[in-house]
Design a protein around this ligand. Structure first.
Ligand SMILES: [Zn+2]
Length: 280
C-alpha cells in the first residue's frame, strides 16, 4: 500500500491546486525530439519570448503564485526571462539540464546532469527544493539521487491523482510479482498526461496535438470537479508548457479554467507551499 498524505488546506478552501509550467524552451526539441533546426528552436523561443510573459501577466491578474520547472539549458539561454520569473515571486524547480530522459542513463551520468542543472539554476539565484523529470520518467537510481540532494518533492510519477504520496521504488519482475522497497524520503506530487497541455495541444508530426482547447478544458474541469466533490484535503496538479499554453486559444482557456477553480474553492499555490502543509 502507498503511504498517502493529506493537505492541511487554508480555511474555506476545498482542494489545493498547482498550476505548474515546464519552461523547456528549445531543450525539449533538442534532446527529447532530436531537432536542432531553427524552426524547432524557434518553437522554444516562442515559449520564452511570448508564452512566459503572457503567463506571468495572467498570474499577476489573479494574484497567483506558481511553480516553473526550468531546465538548466533554458536558464543559460534565457537568464533574464528566468530571473523575471523569480522576481515576480514564483517558485523555480529542477527539470534536468537539456531535458534529458534519465531512464537508461548510468548513475554517474544522471548525477552529473542533475548537478549541472543545479549549477545553472544557481546562476539565476535559485536553490530548488523540487524536481520534475523531463519526459516524466525515472531511472532505477532517480529516487536515491533525489534523496541524496535533499529534494523535498518530485512531480513526475502517476501513482495517484488527488493525494500526495511517498513513492516506493518498484523492482520489476517478469517471472513473479513486482516488489516495492521502502517509501522515499521525499513527497510525490503526482501528474498525468491528461492534466498536461502538451499531448492535447502541441503539434508533432505523425503524433497528437492540435485538439481544440475546449477538449482540454473539458478534461481538466472534469477532473477538477470530481476532485472537489470526492476528496478531502486533496490536491491536483496541472502541468503546462509556455510554448503550448501561451498560444492565444490556450491562454484564454487557462483563464477560464482559473476563474472556474477559484469560484469552486481551489487554493492555488506553488508546490513549495503545498508540500509544507502535507501530513502523512
Ligand atoms: Zn519538460
Amino acid at each position: 500500500m502507498q503511504k498517502v498524505g493529506k493537505v492541511d488546506l487554508p480555511e474555506g478552501k476545498k482542494i489545493a491546486l498547482n498550476l505548474g509550467f515546464d519552461f523547456d524552451s528549445s531543450s525539449v526539441w533538442m534532446e527529447s525530439f532530436g531537432k536542432t533546426s531553427q524552426v524547432y528552436t524557434s518553437r522554444g523561443e516562442y515559449g520564452a519570448e511570448v508564452g512566459v510573459p503572457r503567463i506571468l501577466n495572467l498570474l499577476d491578474k489573479y494574484e497567483l503564485k506558481s511553480t516553473f520547472f526550468i531546465p538548466g539549458h533554458t536558464a543559460d539561454t534565457y537568464p533574464d526571462i528566468c530571473k523575471e520569473i523569480v522576481a515576480r515571486g514564483h517558485e523555480v524547480a529542477h527539470h534536468g539540464y537539456v531535458h534529458e530522459d534519465p531512464t537508461d542513463l548510468p548513475i554517474e551520468e544522471e548525477e552529473a546532469i542533475f548537478v549541472k542543472g543545479l549549477e545553472a539554476l544557481d546562476r539565476i539565484g535559485v536553490k530548488p527544493v523540487g524536481y520534475r523529470s523531463p519526459g516524466f520518467d525515472f531511472s532505477p537510481n532517480t529516487i536515491g539521487l533525489l534523496e541524496k540532494y535533499n529534494i523535498k518533492y518530485d512531480s513526475s510519477l502517476m501513482g495517484q491523482d488527488f493525494y500526495p504520496y511517498r513513492p516506493a521504488p518498484c523492482k520489476v519482475n517478469f517471472d513473479k510479482g513486482n516488489e516495492f522497497g521502502e517509501p522515499a524520503a521525499f513527497t510525490e506530487m503526482p501528474v498525468s498526461w491528461y492534466m498536461d497541455d502538451f499531448p492535447h495541444s502541441e503539434f508533432i508530426m505523425t503524433r497528437t496535438g492540435m485538439k481544440p482547447q475546449s477538449q482540454t478544458f473539458e478534461i481538466w474541469k472534469g477532473t477538477f470537479d470530481y476532485g472537489v466533490a470526492n476528496t478531502e484535503n486533496g490536491m491536483l496538479n496541472v502541468a503546462m508548457h509556455p510554448q503550448v499554453i501561451g498560444r492565444p486559444h490556450n491562454i484564454a482557456m487557462l483563464e477560464e479554467f482559473i476563474k472556474h477553480v477559484i469560484a469552486c474553492g481551489a487554493w492555488i499555490a506553488p508546490f513549495v507551499e503545498i508540500v509544507d502543509r502535507i501530513k502523512f
